[in-house]
Design a protein around this ligand. Sequence first.
Ligand code: 5GP
Ligand code: ZN
Length: 113
Amino acid sequence: MEDCIFCKIIRDELPSRKVFEDDNVLAFWDINPAAPVHIIVVTKSHIESVAAIDKSNSQLLSDIFEAIAVIAKDLKLEDGYRVISNVGKNAGQTINHLHFHLLGGKRLSLAMC
Ligand code: 5GP
Ligand code: ZN
């Protein structure tokens, strides 16, 4: 998508601190971290959110979660971490490109919402 910030990062039109890349997935440090480790994991194809997952693209979710497991090991998050995906305005989604927040590096708040 032309104006999507994450598509621009994927096309290297915007800089990012990448931590993982394969054919379908890119992961990079969040620009405004909410925890000592805050990684954004995105599909390389532009999908609006979890709400747009269907049979035609759901294989990408395994790619995403396989990547998350690798990144968590690389970043030594053996004490645990949280994976979040915001969908739509009630969840505060600000970038309409499917992404998962990988948060860790400290004892996270137990509040889920
Ligand atoms: P959302 O609120 O949509 O779930 O999450 C979007 C996330 O993307 C936010 O945590 C925000 O800090 C991050 N973000 C927004 N713009 C950029 C950017 O240009 N570069 C990076 N690395 N992260 C960004
Ligand atoms: Zn996009």
